[in-house]
Design a protein around this ligand. Sequence first.
Ligand code: ASP
Length: 328
Amino acid sequence: MRPAPRSLLLSAALLAFAAGVPEARTADTLATLAGGRSAGPLALTHGGVGSGPELADGPRAAADTALKVLLAGGSSLDAATAGTVHLENDPRFNAGTGANIRLDGKTIQMDAAVMTGAGRFAAVGVIERVRNPVLVARAVMDSTPHLFLAGEGATRFAHRIGFADVVPTCPEAEAKYRARMKRLGELYARTDTTIYDWRRYWNFPNPMPADVLDWGKHGDTVGTVARDASGRFAATLSTGGTSVTLYGRVGDVPVYGCGLYAGPAGAVACTGEGEEIIKRFMAHAVYEKLAHGVSARRAVEEAVRAFPERFDLGLIAVGREGWGVAGR
Ligand code: ASP
């Protein structure tokens, strides 16, 4: 029997939802660790480490969207793609429409990736001027012999196959940019700070705004993992990247084995400090635990525990018999 679609608010530190978990209930209390056993179609989404509970309806609706695809007989890849597209179209999250505006006040560069449990993988890095980077990653998988297209080549590929040439911004992203610049101004005005000076290596195509300063923040990146009725897995991720970086910075999201991973034993998606996630091959490392029979909940919990406390990390995972969420 198919499980009834339900959703569960899991975490304040990592905003994530599971849909399709029969025993799930809507929780008002927020935790940083959740998971359990479940069989059948399952979709799990996250709205980024650091996103506040006021955004909870976003990943909840995205999980329900993904689950609908599964219950209609769709594949785990279709479901994971639909969940992430839903969040790319929600201007409150740092992906697609709501992607971070970078330091110059103009540039938006996005990363996205898709992977199936059968080992198919594709990604786009620092792509610009498209609304749904995850759909471009999917197109790289379906229509090219490549694993990874980056920069202008990725953008031109998207436009060549019919994606609209649009700068995917919105008032929400502009407001976040203004707030960030204000905060940067405050930080640079302090004399007791040792923050990195991004201005020294300015490599944006646009001139440096007079008030450009240094402040980094992760958050609001989006992702989905899914298991379909046949027990096949997929994972997708999309991000506008960290808010304060040099032009051309690529995070963990499109790097193979780092931001996401899927195989016959499950699917994993990360959010958090991209550089640190890359150094640990994080998604693949969690997947290896699943492949060795560790439950999804324990696998994500162990990985978050082992991560240095000063860095943000959020993980969602689905295995053959269960699901797990951990973050801080
Ligand atoms: N991991 C993403 C990156 O480093 C950011 C995030 O998850 O919020 O690009």
